[in-house]
Design a protein around this ligand. Structure first.
Ligand code: ARG
Length: 590
């Protein structure tokens, strides 16, 4: 979108890339990095002179970093963006933005609203996330995958990519043997009429107990898997019935959390798995190992089990089939797997084996495992509830709602909000804080789940930010000015004469570069940091810059500063877009 927002940092890197080419044409493929800094170091900084000087040395040119920086500085082409370039220290170049450029970009932001950054190359992306297992409880690990995966999709969609949201549910595993055998006994009529399974969890537990204790049952369970996998219509019906119960349960969670995802589970790959095995067989990469057929990737000790000794397929087989389907049949440019870190070995092997098989060229297709750490309780041990080993997600969401309500009542919001407004606020806070506290942490690390922490109203929390947002929104409402009036008043530009105004404006304009950078490693916490920084900068601005002046005695509004109103609106709009990328639903009143 050529009318998108300017990625300033990207633009600066472009300019410095040109400068380096001009100053040192002998240097090839130098990775130009510009970073944003605090205003006392300029707004941005180029600190590549040191490494550039090293590269030059290898090319037989001896120049100290400061001389390198001077040469680069002189070669930066004429542009509309940069006010000054100052040399500092051993060879840093501090970059200060032109005020006129900032004013112009801020006006565009106010007049056109928040838009995706321009200059993003569109890709076809498949995001495999959430992916719980049928009949087993959807647990906190799946919750993390759901939250992180959804946010990644929202980000990529906003950037203009074509995104396929895939739920790779475990619906074809051996657990169906015992489930079907148990179904035969409990609801012998299951092929004719839909069995009223009710609570699938206890159904699963019952069949598991029988499977572990009853040898005959176990035998029958194995026979059931064979019947299912050979597509016996009766057993397909039973399987379908079990999946439906699970599907409805999962959907309730997705609805509550506002998650859109398309189910394409392991069973989708039934026929492709046969073909996959055949192709690997023909390529001569399968090795016999005690009756199994395994596949090794170079330099990885543990092989994939592609065919079990009984001829059955595994999780590995379905992922080999899936990666081929995604890269080859779907022509995805980018495939993302949002799955806990415990499976990083699995994905590393799958990717490497797909390369060996010739199905994947990682120079052309970006495939990556987006891993995340485990969820811990406040005691830093495995997260569980008081009464049982695992925490049911429904219970967790219910507790979130309960605690959010408590919090709102503690703040006496029930006295000022209508019951409907209170309920919206309750949901925004409950689901918002669960999502936000997950996304605000570096996903790689283990994560301590604490309602107390996430519901704090100070610091970088959803509650604080949602409040900050409603407060900003209420400024224009209280002053009784509309968006249209603000736009009309500032159509000729916004001067940004106070330094706090300028600081806030520059920060808001860092939105595009911030979200583009998220795509480098798909860690989302920098977006949360940005959001928090925006709300802090807003507070600093609002503390010293009057937006609305009131008469001290009558309390009547005597003057409205429309330029500042525009800054308030721009801030709220940027924050709203960040919330949307994080899957949070802010409310207008809270
Ligand atoms: N169902 C798996 C689990 O619960 C996750 C599947 C992730 N996706 C994949 N393509 N392997 O562990």
């Amino acid at each position: 979108d050529p009318n998108g927002m300017v990625n300033i940092l990207g633009k600066l890197e472009e300019l410095f890339g040109l400068a380096i080419k001009q100053a040192f044409p002998e240097v090839k493929d130098f990775q130009v990095v510009v970073v944003s800094t605090t205003p006392n170091f300029g707004d941005y900084q180029f600190n590549g002179a040191m490494s550039l000087s090293k590269v030059l040395k290898t090319l037989g040119k001896s120049l100290n970093p400061r001389d390198v920086a001077t040469a680069v500085q002189k070669s930066v082409p004429a542009n509309e963006v940069i006010e000054t370039l100052d040399l500092a220290g051993p060879g840093f170049i501090n970059i200060k933005l032109k005020a006129s450029f900032v004013q112009e970009q801020l006006s565009l932001l106010v007049m056109r609203g928040v838009r995706p950054p321009c200059g993003v190359e569109k890709k076809r992306v498949m995001v495999d996330f959430s992916s719980p297992n049928i009949a087993k409880e959807m647990h906190v690990g799946h919750l993390r995958s759901t939250i992180i995966g959804d946010s990644i999709c929202r980000l990529l969609e906003f950037l203009g990519h074509e995104v396929l949201r895939i739920n790779h549910v475990g619906d074809w595993g051996t657990q169906f043997g015992m489930l079907l055998a148990h179904l035969e006994d409990r609801f012998p009529n299951f092929a004719e009429e839909t069995p009223p399974i009710g609570d699938l969890q206890s159904f699963y537990k019952e069949s598991k107990i029988r499977f572990d204790s009853d040898a005959d049952f176990k035998k029958r369970a194995y026979a059931c898997v064979v019947k299912l996998q050979s597509h016996d219509p009766v057993y397909i019906k039973g399987w379908q019935a079990i999946c439906d119960v699970s599907r409805r349960e999962f959907q309730k969670i997705y609805d509550r959390l506002d998650i859109k995802i398309k189910e394409r589970g392991e069973s989708f790959y039934q026929d492709l798995m046969k073909k996959t095995v055949q192709l690997l067989e023909e390529a001569g990469v399968l090795i016999e190992d005690e009756g199994r057929k395994v596949m090794f990737a170079p330099n990885i000790a543990v092989p994939l089990t592609v065919v079990k000794s009984d001829g059955g397929y595994t999780y590995d087989t379905s992922d080999m089939a899936a990666i081929r389907q995604r890269v080859h049949d779907e022509s995805a440019d980018w495939v993302i797997y949002v799955v806990d870190m415990g499976q990083s070995g699995h994905f590393e092997t799958i990717f490497a084996c797909a390369e060996v098989a010739g199905w994947l060229d990682r120079k052309k297709t970006r495939v990556e495992h987006v891993g995340f750490g485990v969820v811990l309780g406040e005691d830093r041990k495995k997260f569980k509830s008081r009464s049982s080993e695992t925490v049911r997600l429904v219970d967790l969401l219910d507790e979130g709602l309960r605690r959010a309500k408590e919090k709102l009542i503690e703040k006496e919001r029930d006295k000022v909000l209508t019951p409907e407004e209170l309920e919206s606020a309750q949901q925004a806070v409950a689901y918002g804080c669960i999502k936000y506290s997950d996304l605000a942490h570096n996903r790689i690390a283990d994560y301590v789940f604490s309602f107390d922490k996430m519901l704090e109203d100070k610091g970088n929390t959803a509650v604080y930010l949602l409040y900050a947002y409603t407060r900003i929104r209420s400024i224009a409402r209280t002053a009784n000015v509309t968006d249209e009036q603000i736009k009309k008043a500032v159509a000729d530009g916004i001067p940004l004469s106070h330094d706090k105004e300028m600081k806030l404006a520059k920060l808001l304009l860092r939105f595009p570069e911030t979200i583009v950078r998220l795509t480098f490693d798909l860690c989302l916490h920098p977006l949360c940091e940005f959001l928090y920084e925006v709300s802090t900068a807003f507070t600093e601005f609002y503390d010293v810059c009057y937006c609305v002046e009131k008469d001290r005695t009558t309390g009547q509004i005597v003057k409205i500063n429309m330029d500042r109103m525009a800054l308030c609106e721009a801030t709220a709009n940027v924050m709203a877009q960040c919330f949307s990328l994080l899957g949070l639903k802010p409310v207008q009143k809270m």
